[in-house]
Design a protein around this ligand. Sequence first.
Ligand code: NAI
Length: 246
Amino acid sequence: MKLTNKTAVITGGCKGIGYATAKTFLEEGAKVVIIDLKKEEIIKSIESLKQFGEHIEGFAADVTSKSSIMAAMDFTLNTFGSIDILINNAGIVADAQLLKMEEEQWDRVINVNLKGVFITTQAAALQMKKQKSGVILNASSVVGLYGNFGQSNYVAAKSGINGMTKTWARELGRYNIRVNAVAPGFVLTDMVKQMPEKVTSMMKEKSLLNEIGKPEDIANAYAFLASDEAAFITGTVLSVDGGLTL
Ligand code: NAI
């Protein structure tokens, strides 16, 4: 098992890639705290995650709220005694082309997908610095590397995450904290199910493997990057996209 005795905090852990990551991390021996918006959803997710490992807890918090995220980190420390891994997975979309995008749509996506990552990383890194070790993994996207029609708010956030990943790798390496990002291609979750059928079938055709990704494909990349097998990897953005962007 790759992650025995490591404590991982996973934002947006109730659904999709976050849920699959919690499952994989439990199977790899980690202790996991999922952070998500709704208490009832967290309780349901914990119930179903228990079959994969006994050390699973949850905390209701919004990544845009510094006080609730600080409380989530305190809860993790009090429950499991350390914060070894942070997965900044929570993210949303609110698509519109430039000429139709409302300021509210822009702000909402930037707040959750960019500022939320800053708030959560800062809170976790303060503890990791004390521990003199830690791993921070950020959810980027292939669109952060190449742009995407109708997603300037989302693309701005994901490109920003790529830059922050490299910056924080530079700043935190001296404390033995590694920082990397994973850039998924299209992965079949609720986020992608919101998109028109023609977009998802086009993405499948563009993949060199003629496939849309599974949440577990991304979870496995996170597990590797979080483990000691990746001890010399920091500051990277790893595309996990079936060759979509080659
Ligand atoms: P999803 O929509 O299935 O799940 C996102 C989770 O985040 C939900 O449980 C939601 O409640 C939670 N969340 C949303 N806002 C939050 C907030 N303010 N505070 C705390 N939790 C919050 O999303 P999915 O598809 O699993 O995506 C996960 C991450 O991967 C996102 O950052 C997304 O941008 C990224 N990604 C997803 C791709 C895909 O094809 N599904 C492709 C590339 C990147």
